[in-house]
Design a protein around this ligand. Structure first.
Ligand code: SAH
Length: 251
């Protein structure tokens, strides 16, 4: 297990927000009925994640720290800690907490030592990027829809995460300037993993991405893990998942 000794260390508490177990008033949540005690609701979510088999303490800690209700529209705040995906606008969705935790755990399991630079394809509302920022040295998160790229910027402002870099562009091409990456994680599913991601992955690194399972299972996706070993690529297909489709170009 690769444990970070100083974890969690990256959230700036100086604004008096986001303290685990003792959340400061979040006007959005309070006015929508989640109440002052979002910490307790979040801890309940973390307990459920542990019950579903997430064992990585650093991942559970990050899930307990990042306030998911701040990343969804006010009308959905009361569902923010249920294990469900929710609409975030422009036809996209925030992933289920269970899937975010599972993928983060897979990333950490695949890389020896602390996670270095991570590339996330599909920033969406920015929630998973914030979770990853607690687990990696640097996070580069790329989004192809300008509206969501900007929404994520607003959603993330209160956290002031110096190690999280939001990029607007086509993630199918990766982001060569941040390469090589210790890990690459995709929040949108395609037919196959683009060669650019494999090229930009460090030896010893891991990709976790939803992919279509192929012609025998049309429309179905599964999580694919690709490890880049000194001997070559090792691919493992895991459980079924449901992600929005990956698209090329920007809009
Ligand atoms: N991790 C996000 C999940 C967002 S859903 C969250 O926590 O909210 C997936 C996102 O991937 C969508 O916002 C979609 O616009 C984006 N996406 C799809 N194809 C992309 C591409 N080629 N490059 C960058 N982003 C892409």
């Amino acid at each position: 297990m690769n444990k970070r000794p100083s974890f969690p260390a990256r959230i700036d508490f100086s604004a008096g927000q986001a303290k685990p177990g003792k959340p400061a008033p979040a006007p959005n949540a309070v006015s929508q009925g989640l109440g002052m005690d979002s910490g307790a609701v979040r801890m309940n979510m973390v307990r459920k994640l542990a019950g579903q088999g997430i064992t990585d303490a650093a991942v559970l800690s990050a899930m307990g720290l990042i306030e998911r209700h701040r990343f969804v529209d006010s009308a959905l705040v009361n569902q923010a800690y249920e294990d469900t995906s929710l609409p975030i606008g422009l036809g996209q969705t925030i992933s289920k907490p269970g899937v975010v935790a599972r993928m983060a755990e897979l990333l950490r399991q695949g890389v020896s030592g602390p996670l270095g630079r991570v590339l996330e394809i599909g920033t969406g509302c920015g929630y998973q990027a914030a979770v990853l920022s607690q687990l990696a040295t640097e996070v580069y998160s790329i989004e192809r829809l300008r509206g969501l790229h900007e929404k994520a910027r607003v959603n993330l402002r209160h956290l002031r995460l110096a190690n999280l870099h939001l990029l607007f562009g086509d993630g199918m091409l990766g982001y060569p300037r941040g390469a090589p990456y210790a890990a690459i994680i995709a929040a949108a599913g395609g037919e196959a993993v683009p060669q650019a991601w494999i090229d930009q992955l460090a030896v010893g690194g891991r990709i976790v991405a939803p992919v279509h399972r192929g012609p025998t299972a049309p429309g179905q996706q599964a999580l694919l893990v690709i490890d880049k070993t000194p001997q070559g690529l090792r691919q493992t297909l895991l459980e079924a998942v449901h992600f929005v489709p990956i698209k090329s170009g920007v809009a």
